[in-house]
Write a protein that binds this ligand. Structure first.
Ligand code: G3H
Ligand code: 13P
Ligand code: ZN
Length: 316
């Protein structure tokens, strides 16, 4: 059943984090639902602008609605990931999304506030919540490219001002992570000191951690052994998720890790079976492997096993 992102945050805040997973196709969607239902966890489905372009926004909606029927025990919210203003309005108008992210983090503080405020006004009229971003993550996003050296951690004082001025419902903070498979090329790690200061200034306010894939080294090794070439790929230590959740991080975004599972399964399958060409063979393995990956990740997030409590609190 689709619930509001706000409700999920109410249940999770300070205790655990909700996994926010990106999808682009039906196999990912099936694996995602299966993994969350198997591990009894609520979750957020993320749709990026790139996903809406790749497979058509209506196709994604259809796949998600169908998955909700196939897995009636699932409790989830649907979220636009890294939206621009026009895409936010399109999602708000569609009536399908629980929440949208307006990513104006590439703009000046003032312009970011101005744009976010407009999106908040439109979204709140329809009961939809808004995630905004302040600070700059390293790595590459669809429309923003930030050299690692330019990555800018969120300033706690600015974060407090930004939330008050913009009226956003949750805030993506830059605390040392970056998007993609190549995080922490030097000796970087999560900046819990910054997170602590942000939480002190915004007690009870849900924070979001983007760029949170762990880039498991065994996954990378298997991909490379099967013909891939991912050198120096490195991610976030999943054992730090719970500590982050106790400091207000209520939504943790994971996309790259799912792509790695897909790549490993397909590379290994076709290496081992060069004579095969039925896409359903590796597809079936992928759905199962992705479900297992999601269930294990939810344990790290602390969301595994919380479904009964979440349903009770939400009166579902
Ligand atoms: O943060 C970006 C997400 O991983 C989505 O990636 O824009 O390539 O779909 P995408
Ligand atoms: P990863 O690239 O670490 O999976 O981050 C995904 C993300 O932040 C989506 O918004
Ligand atoms: Zn992101």
């Amino acid at each position: 059943m689709i619930v509001t992102t706000k409700d999920l945050f109410k249940v999770a805040y300070g205790k655990f984090a909700i996994g926010a997973y990106n999808i682009n196709n039906a196999e990912q969607c099936m694996g995602l639902f299966k993994g969350n239902v198997d591990s009894k966890a609520p979750f957020i489905i993320q749709i990026s602008k790139g996903a809406r372009k790749y497979i058509n926004k209506l196709m994604l909606e259809g796949i998600i609605r169908a998955s909700g029927e196939i897995f009636p025990d699932a409790v989830f919210a649907v979220h636009l990931d890294h939206g621009d203003e026009a895409t936010c309005y399109d999602c708000i108008e569609s009536g399908f999304y629980s929440s949208v992210m307006i990513d104006a983090s590439g703009e000046s503080f003032e312009k970011n506030v101005e744009i976010t405020k407009r999106v908040v006004a439109a979204a709140h009229k329809k009961g939809i919540s808004v995630e905004a971003e302040l600070g700059k993550l390293g790595g590459v996003e669809e429309h923003v490219s930030v050299a690692e050296g330019d990555a800018k951690l969120t300033n706690p004082e600015d974060a407090e001002k930004f939330v008050k001025l913009s009226g956003c419902d949750c805030l993506a903070c830059a605390i040392g992570t970056s998007h993609g498979a190549f995080k922490f090329s030097g000796s970087q790690s999560l900046h819990f000191d910054v997170l602590e200061q942000i939480q002190k200034r915004l007690p009870g306010f849900p924070l979001v951690m983007h760029g949170s894939s762990s880039v498991p080294q065994d996954e990378v090794a298997r991909i490379n052994a099967a013909g891939g070439s991912l050198k120096g790929a490195k991610g976030v230590d999943a054992d730090q998720f719970l500590k982050a959740s106790h400091l207000g991080v209520t939504k943790i975004n994971i996309d790259t890790d799912g792509r790695l599972v897909w790549t490993r399964v397909h590379r290994e399958f076709f290496k081992q079976h060069p004579e095969k060409f039925d896409l359903r063979d590796p597809g079936t393995i992928f759905i199962d492997e992705y479900a297992k990956f999601i269930a294990a990740k939810n344990v790290k997030l602390g969301s595994a096993g919380t479904l009964a409590e979440v349903k009770k609190v939400l009166g579902k």
